[in-house]
Design a protein around this ligand. Structure first.
Ligand code: CA
Ligand code: CA
Length: 300
């Protein structure tokens, strides 16, 4: 008993000394760490949302995945070495979360709290004149093509939707603390989890796979086109085709556009509006747009 108590005290001291509350990477090398994931079989999808039914069997080979969301410092290194400019930089603006903003600001019809702001990009997530993005925050205002370009630079790729759900199902515990929204969305952001906006990557405890922020903080791009009926089609396909995902998408809310899958929810997900942080929840975003709450991580 005495030994156990001493071990407990020692463990507490070590955790305290290492900063047990935070897994925030302390170096660029740590920020770029990957985790080896054993492959496995699982049931993808749920029984409630029409675009995620029926449940389909998936068989995932082993792969590597970034331990953290890609952060601002890492993305800056990419732009400095390659001269890459994001879609938001080339377009001259991006969408910021602004529920109280001027009614004259162009907002998205389906979600009027998203306002287009000139000059908003990965370096200035809230727009010009607002605080610059901090190095350890997840990089945001990243369009799908930007995420692909960064991953390719590393010799990596975006994870498939099947891989992302495999990570979520195998990693997330029901009572895990993650960066979401507390209060009534979109007007009352209580921030009782310590962060009203993004948290530095790794601020919340690691999941069972040793990964951070798979749920919450920022949404993360997947490789797959979004197809609302994909699970129905996939159920009749072979293992490899099911795993690979659709070659073309179909989004009934954007039938002439191109949307791609995002996963994991963000700091803006609340119980009253968005369940995107749930392991089986699907979401998508237009490849033409970028937002303050979408980032990514890479796989290979
Ligand atoms: Ca929060
Ligand atoms: Ca995330």
């Amino acid at each position: 008993m005495c030994i156990r108590k001493n071990v407990y005290i020692l463990a507490c001291f070590i955790l305290w000394a290492c900063g047990s509350k935070s897994g925030v990477p302390s170096s660029p090398g740590q920020a770029a760490e990957t985790v080896y994931m054993n492959g496995g079989r699982f049931l993808m999808g749920n029984t409630e949302e029409t675009d995620a039914t029926p449940q389909i069997e998936q068989d995932i080979p082993a792969f590597y995945i970034h331990r953290y969301e890609v952060n601002v410092a890492s993305f800056r290194e990419f732009t400095l070495k390659t001269g890459y400019r994001t879609q938001a930089e080339k377009n001259g603006g991006s969408y910021v979360f602004d529920p109280q903003g001027s009614p004259d600001s162009p907002g998205l019809p389906s979600a009027p709290w998203w306002k287009y702001r000139k000059g908003a990009d990965w370096q200035y997530p809230s727009g010009p004149g607002k605080p610059a993005a901090k190095d350890m925050e997840p990089v945001r205002h990243i369009a799908w093509e930007d995420a692909c370009a960064y991953c390719a630079w590393l010799g990596m790729r975006l994870p498939s939707e099947a891989e992302r759900e495999y990570l979520a199902q195998s990693g997330i515990r029901e009572d895990d603390a993650v960066n979401t929204w507390q209060g009534i969305f979109p007007y009352k952001n209580e921030g009782t989890d310590g962060f009203a906006s993004v948290a530095p990557v790794g601020s919340f405890p690691a999941d069972r796979n040793g990964l951070y922020d798979i749920s919450g903080n920022v949404w993360e791009w997947c490789a797959d086109p979004y197809h609302a009926g994909w699970y129905t089609f996939a159920a009749a396909l072979g293992t490899e085709a099911r795993r690979k995902g659709p070659s073309r998408g179909y989004d009934p809310e954007d039938p002439y556009g191109e949307t791609r899958v995002i996963r994991g929810g963000s700091f803006l997900c609340s119980d009253n509006y968005c369940s995107g942080y749930a392991p089986r929840a699907r979401m998508r975003s237009s490849v033409r747009l970028s937002f303050e709450h979408i980032g990514f991580r890479c796989a290979r």
